[in-house]
Ligand binder design. Structure first.
Ligand code: 16G
Ligand code: ZN
Length: 533
């Protein structure tokens, strides 16, 4: 095909390493950074085709491996509304990445064009960015070759956070429409989110500084720019672990994943009782909060706590606004702490559903709700306002000043939230705004419910593909009878719950357990892991 005339020439510069199979998984392609050059080049080709298949809408490409070690890297595609790549394309990505020769590569691309009836005369548009990883510049050059090979109208955003790139994509594709999302520039991003934040907190007492562990990643420079753009005592921050230059520091003993997994503070942060702390991950799409009590005990406020805080605040505002039939719902995964789920159902009396792990699954469930709050326990999440909810807000006619205030706050909240994807900076502003409005400390926020003790184990198995699940990954359907064994173990422990799922990002199986006491929970986790092994 004439359209692919330059592919072979460019592809020769980025040969596929032999003996490696690449797979587009939950978070795109992700593996050791040095092996990814051919894959990223090919993602450039795929991004161009995806854009042509969407009549020239802008597609995003992000080069990042998030919370993974510094030596890893990854790449993922962002669809026109800033959402994750449509699932049906994941298989194309895997096929194109694994083509063994340039002939096979061209054939794989031609197959995508054929299957999707793509008009290759359309000019493709792609924007891209990367995180701070040392392998980033080389991979970016490979991506640029892939884009050039198909004559793409391409633009780089340099080094920015993953959610910023999602935001830029959405802005570009909605510009000039009713759904215009904002200016597709860094300044536009900062202006949108800080503006909404300041509208919400106006007139309340100023908070004490927030200590941010930026995981020595791209979140460090970006959150400093955010605070500078706000230029307000309402956003007073101190950045720790902000070294994006020294090799080996990214995500090392710090960042949201480290804090959540180890349930302790990151390196370089000495917690003082009464102060507020949070951690971003390496590409700033996750956030968790934490504090130390008077005795110095560490307390984590994870994605479940952020979700319940946001859901409570939204529920109360909807009630105060006097808008009928506007339901707030919550989407969780099986990793959500059992006490958070009980709290949402029994105390908040809000509907809750479970989705499979991975942001795209939660996002799709949240789209079915009026106002859908979704968070993974690891701190990745956001809030979606459905078009119906927005229409109701628009039609709302306040009868009292209090109703008017609640409606204005709902609008400000909607602007404060990055609806395209979970975003550490936007979520941080959301939490801070709610805490300022309520006059709460982290320990007051933490009072809503107490987490059940939980334990997450990784079991390396010979073949994880034999592990198959249903019921939002809470029930195994294969290997045969393993679920019965798990059920029998769980039944022995008060408030016991456990599940086994194959990882979407690593060659391993994950075992999660919780129970009424720490000792029971650990015992249950190890018993289930033993049954898996
Ligand atoms: C990816 C997901 C994250 C999920 C994790 C689970 C996105 C953007 N990221 O990092 O949400 O929690 O995978 O990993 O969807 P696992 O399947 O290895 O347990
Ligand atoms: Zn991340």
């Amino acid at each position: 095909m004439a359209h692919f005339a330059k592919v072979a020439e460019y592809s020769a510069k980025h040969p596929k390493p032999e003996g490696i199979e690449f797979a587009y998984g939950t978070a795109g392609f992700r593996t050791v950074g040095d092996t990814l050059e051919s894959t990223v080049f090919r993602v450039g080709l795929l991004a161009a085709l995806r854009s042509q298949g969407k009549q020239g809408k802008t597609i995003g490409v992000m080069i990042t491996a998030s919370h993974n070690p510094e030596g890893d890297n990854g790449v993922k595609l962002v669809d026109p509304m800033g959402e994750m790549l449509q699932q049906s394309w994941e298989g194309y990505c895997t096929q194109v990445a694994n083509a063994a020769s340039s002939d096979e590569l061209v054939a794989a691309l031609a197959a995508v064009v054929e299957a999707e009836s793509i008009d290759t005369s359309v000019t493709p548009r792609v924007v891209y960015a990367r995180d701070t990883r040392p392998s980033g510049p080389l991979l970016q050059a490979a991506l640029e070759d892939g884009l050039a090979a198909l004559g793409t109208d391409a633009a780089s955003y340099g080094v920015v956070t993953t959610p910023q790139l999602h935001y830029f994509v959405r802005c570009r594709n909605t510009a000039g429409t009713d759904a215009a999302y904002g200016e597709p520039t860094e300044a536009g991003y900062f202006a949108k989110y800080t503006g909404a934040f300041l509208r919400l907190v106006d007139g309340k007492p100023h908070p004490s500084p927030l200590h941010i562990d930026a995981a020595n990643g791209v979140g460090a420079p970006e959150v400093l720019k955010l605070a500078a753009a706000a230029a307000s005592p309402y956003l007073s921050i101190e950045v720790h672990n902000g070294d994006t230059v020294t090799p080996g520091k990214l995500n090392k003993d710090c960042g949201a994943d480290h804090v959540k997994s180890n349930q302790r503070s990151p390196v370089g942060m000495a917690l003082q009782p009464g102060s507020r702390y949070c951690s971003f991950d390496g590409d700033a799409d996750r956030i968790v909060y934490y504090y130390a009590d008077e005795r110095g005990t560490f307390h984590l406020l994870d994605g479940d706590k952020i979700s319940t805080l946001a859901a409570t605040y939204l529920r109360d505002l909807v009630a105060a606004a006097g808008i009928d039939d506007l339901q707030v719902g919550v989407v969780q995964t099986a990793y959500a702490n059992g006490n958070s789920t009980s709290y949402i159902k029994d105390t908040l009396r809000l509907p809750t559903v479970f989705a499979k792990t991975g942001v795209k699954h939660l996002h799709h469930e949240a789209e079915k709700m009026n106002i859908g709050v979704y968070f993974e326990a690891n701190g990745h999440g956001t809030v979606l306002f459905s078009p119906g909810a927005v229409a109701k807000l628009r039609r709302a006619t306040p009868q009292t000043p209090a109703q008017d205030d609640a409606i204005q706050r709902l609008w400000a909240l909607r602007d404060l939230i990055n609806e395209s994807v979970g975003d550490a900076m936007s979520d941080m502003l959301l939490v801070e705004a709610i805490l300022i409005c309520k006059g709460w400390s982290l320990s007051q926020w933490d009072e809503a419910y107490t987490d059940l003790p939980s334990r997450l184990l990784k079991v390396v198995v010979h073949d994880r593909t034999i592990f198959k699940t249903t019921n939002a990954e809470q029930t195994l359907t294969s290997p045969l009878r393993l679920q019965e064994v798990v059920d029998a173990l769980v039944a022995k422990f008060p408030r016991g719950r456990a599940f086994v799922r194959p990882s979407g990002t690593e060659d391993a199986v994950r075992v999660y357990a919780e129970a009424a006491t720490r000792a029971d929970c650990d015992q249950l986790a190890y018993l289930v892991a033993g049954a898996v092994f």
